[in-house]
Design a protein around this ligand. Structure first.
Ligand SMILES: Nc1ncnc2c1ncn2[C@@H]1O[C@H](COP(=O)(O)OP(=O)(O)OP(=O)(O)O)[C@@H](O)[C@H]1O
Length: 850
């Protein structure tokens, strides 16, 4: 709430004295009256200015006898301009009355404003208290939480540091070990692979196993006998009893009798499956007469799982064991039926609708675009796929087998390996082939479709024989493309690929011819790698092989140990890394939470600061309270009283005027703004001649009470006084009291000047000062012996200026002869004297005693 204050200056030259009148007024615009010889002059001057202004501003205003009511109405209007009707002696009294009215209005307004101010102040206090009550606990709680978080943060920081130390230590200690182990592992695994491959190669890249099924119940019932003889001590030899005295011996890589179960068969197959995991292509196929157990060996039954299932089971098992490798498996199933490739895992209901062709890839491998390839992650998934494919397979009934396979069934397992240590990738295929039954067409009495199927089957089997034959004789040309079967298996037959053939035979005497055919074919296949096989029979080679196998076992053990160590290290690393990450996450979360809380606290602090600031402002504004209205007895009479005329009786005059303090937004001030404007204008226009008069009169400096007293004091005493601590006051005594006395310039209209005048009036605003002012007014009135009311007022103004308004600069009394009756105050310096009152300087404080 800004308070606008103005000041009316009135100077009066009374003989050899120049009196100054300062009048605080919060409504009236400053009016400079100039030098007047008596209050009437002042009134006349005001009237003159107002009238002149009025004439200037309202030239068309009708002159004549003014209606007082109209004039009063005018005075109540925004423009506080006396009407031309006020010209003449009555104008001053009306002006005074109107001024009184205005003051009265302003007093009322001031009281209202003061009430509002108090109400608002109390509201603000209540709000402040409420806010403090609400915010303080929250602020304290937040502060507490912040402290907690900070302590947690410091703990986490410590933990993080510990972790870092541990991690560094671990890195320092474990890293070299890890690197050396990794190096050893790589070396060992490559060595193992090399030796293993060498062993397989020594055994032969194409291996042939012969498996004989037991006599079926049907065959037994028919009286068929077994034509096979097995020597348990020689698991690679087989004798066929062709006639009573004729026996034919066949040698294979392994011969499985009817007593050997699926596990035994797979145990011998395992090395080849392992080599697939090392990145070699492999092909396992079962060849034989219809009903000799090809499907049984390859697929098996749920109770007696075949090679397919066990091989994949083993692949998964090896994959899980090798922690340094990451494997992915996928399975495709197809069949070659009548020289056509059929996708057994295709979504289409009719597998033949999808025509599949063999294409050679850029790297020289044979691919079948469009062939379904199902990723498998567990052996259960594999089993389901195998069952699905087997259901789609082409089967037919022959007189040799009720559910004879009329096609070559091929399962392709693709293994993608990724060495995590040396970042090496590999891809290999394992073909698991269940060939169609090889039988003489005449024997099965095939006709029509069956005959056609048999012809295709025999043709493809013959092509397979040719390929193997070409491989054995190391021909430059291998006729892979003579059949779809050999074409498909091209990348898995020959070279460094591993091939295993199961020659399935029947023990029945009824199938002797077919058995001999199969054995001959198998012997032909085995001949491909007869060199190593022959060497096996050499004791020296055997010993060498045994030594290599021993070495291989030892290497495998070492590798498994290294693998275990590596896995352990990996686990340690992973656990520490995980812990570290968790801690980091916690730290991050805590930091985030702390940031949020800090922001909240900042907001609250800002809020609190604003409230404090508001409170301070309120208190400050409270401290600069407007002057309280003096008591009724001491109230300053309105300006009208300086005339010797009484103000006109009106309902406004009866109200007691009160000192006012206004705000900028005071509507009353707005009402009076135009009046102010007129006063400004009037002053500027009318004072210029007066100023000239003043300057001519005051060239000899205005004699004031102060200077008058000053002249009483001899110079040495003055100096003494100055040295005795009155240094701050002596210059005031010496200097002309007010330089403006002589010049008496019009009040400046600049904002700075406004502020100056405004501030100077503020120092008279305290109630105590106001009361003192009134006391001294009475005192001076009585001391000067002037009974006239206007003069009393002038006397009061002098007191206010010299003594009350500025007590700190009160002039010392120069009647220095101590007349202090109080013993306690004797020896103190008298600094002022008024009538019987003496003012002494006591411990930097002035005390007044009478
Ligand atoms: N080693 C074995 N032990 C027990 N039973 C067997 C063995 N081998 C085959 N059999 C049985 O012989 C029968 C014929 O076997 P399988 O169907 O596997 O012959 P196949 O060679 O696949 O015939 P095809 O070529 O016509 O498909 C089946 O009932 C099977 O259970």
């Amino acid at each position: 709430m800004e308070v606008e204050t103005t000041k009316i200056l009135e100077r009066r030259n009374l003989g050899d004295q120049t009196l100054e009148i300062e009048m605080d007024d919060t409504v009236l615009h400053p009016v400079q009256v100039g030098l007047v010889t008596n209050p009437d002059d002042l009134c006349m001057l005001l009237r003159k200015e107002t009238m002149q202004e009025d004439l200037e501003s309202k030239p068309n205003f009708s002159e004549g006898n003014g209606d007082k009511e109209a004039i009063k109405q005018e005075s109540e209007d925004d423009d506080f301009i006396p009407s031309p009707a006020l010209r003449g002696p009555s104008m001053l009294s009306f002006f005074g009355a109107d001024l009184f009215l205005v003051i009265q209005k302003i007093g009322t307004k001031y009281n209202n404003l003061l009430k509002k101010y108090h109400v608002k102040n109390s509201e603000a206090e209540v709000m402040q208290e409420k806010c403090l009550k609400e915010c303080q606990p929250r602020f304290e709680a937040l502060q507490k939480k912040l402290n907690e978080y900070q302590s947690q943060m410091s703990e986490l920081e410590m933990l993080r540091e510990k972790c870092e130390v541990l991690s560094n230590k671990c890195n320092k200690v474990c890293e070299p070990k890890y690197e050396s182990l990794k190096k050893i592992l790589v070396e060992e695994s490559s060595e193992r692979k090399r030796i293993y491959n060498e062993l397989i190669e020594l055994r032969g890249n194409i291996r042939v196993f012969c498996r004989c099924r037991p006599l079926s119940s049907e065959e037994i019932s028919k009286g068929c006998t077994s034509v096979l003889e097995f020597d348990p001590s020689r698991d690679t030899e087989l004798q066929i009893i062709c006639a009573d005295s004729l026996r034919k011996q066949f040698k294979f890589d392994h011969v499985f009798s009817p007593l050997d179960n699926q596990e035994a068969v797979f145990a011998e197959t395992l090395p080849l499956v392992k080599s697939v995991m090392d990145g070699f292509n492999a092909c396992i196929f079962a060849y034989g007469q219809t009903g000799t157990g090809k499907t049984f060996t390859m697929e098996g039954t749920p109770e007696y799982r075949g090679v397919n299932y066990r091989a994949l089971e083993e692949l998964f098992s090896i994959s899980n064991k090798r922690s340094s490798m990451k494997y992915e498996f996928s399975v495709s199933m197809l069949e070659v039926y009548n020289e056509k490739i059929r996708d057994l895992l295709a979504d289409s209901l009719d597998p033949l609708s999808k025509k599949l062709e063999i294409k050679q890839s850029a790297v020289g491998t044979q691919e079948i675009p469009g062939l379904a390839e199902v990723a498998v992650r567990s052996i259960d998934e594999v089993w389901e796929i195998l069952k699905t494919g087997a259901r789609s397979r082409s089967v037919g009934s022959t007189n040799a087998n009720e559910l004879s396979s009329r096609s070559h069934s091929l399962v392709r397992v693709t293994i993608k390996g990724d060495n995590l240590v040396i970042k090496q990738k590999s891809k290999s295929h394992l073909w698991l082939v269940d060939l169609a039954g090889s039988e003489r067409v005449g024997k099965i009495e095939a006709e029509g479709e069956r005959l056609k199927e048999s012809q295709f089957i025999n043709k493809s089997l013959s092509a397979l024989g040719d390929v193997i034959s070409a491989l054995s004789s190391k021909n430059s040309y291998i006729p892979y493309r003579n059949s779809k079967l050999t074409h498909l298996l091209q990348s898995s037959l020959g070279g460094d690929c591993k091939t295993l053939m199961f020659a399935q035979i029947s023990p029945s005497s009824a199938d002797l011819g077919e058995t001999l055919c199969t054995l001959n074919f198998a012997s032909r296949v085995r001949g491909v790698e007869q060199g190593p096989a022959k060497k096996q029979s050499d004791p020296a080679e055997g010993f060498k092989l045994k030594q290599m196998a021993e070495k291989l076992r030892h290497e495998e053990k070492e590798v498994s140990k290294l693998n275990e160590n590596l896995q352990l290290m990996h686990l340690k690393f992973a656990s520490r890394d995980n812990a570290f990450r968790m801690l980091q996450e916690k730290v991050r979360e805590s930091e985030q939470a702390c940031k949020i809380y800090q922001l909240k606290i900042k907001e609250l602090e800002n809020q609190l600061a604003e409230e404090r600031k508001t409170k301070a402002q309120i208190e400050a504004s409270r401290s600069v309270k407007p002057p309280l209205a003096p008591p009724a007895k001491q109230k300053r009479p309105p300006l009208s009283s300086i005339t010797n005329r009484l103000p006109p009786t009106s309902r406004y005059i009866t109200a007691k005027p009160a000192p006012v303090k206004k705000e900028n937004d005071d509507p009353m001030i707005k009402d009076l703004s135009s009046a102010k404007k007129h006063f400004w204008k009037a002053r500027r226009v009318s004072l210029s001649p007066l100023v000239r008069n003043v300057s001519s009169q005051t060239s000899r400096r205005r004699p004031s009470l102060a200077t008058e007293i000053e002249t009483l004091l001899p110079l040495p005493e003055k100096l003494q006084l100055n040295n005795a601590g009155g240094a701050s006051q002596l210059p005031l005594l010496r200097a002309p009291r007010r330089s403006s006395v002589a010049t008496f310039n019009p009040l400046p209209r600049t904002p700075e000047a406004q502020i100056k005048f405004g501030s100077s009036s503020l120092k008279y605003s305290s109630p105590s000062q106001s009361q003192n002012r009134w006391k001294l007014n009475n005192f001076f009135s009585s001391s000067m012996g002037n009974s006239a009311q206007p003069q009393n007022k002038l006397c009061f103004s002098i007191q206010k200026r010299l003594l009350v308004a500025s007590p700190a600069q009160a002039r010392p009394s120069f009647l220095l002869e101590p007349r202090i009756t109080n013993e306690n105050l004797r020896g103190k310096e008298i600094i002022g004297r008024f009538g019987t009152a003496q003012r002494v300087l006591c411990s930097n404080r002035r005390r007044s005693i009478l």
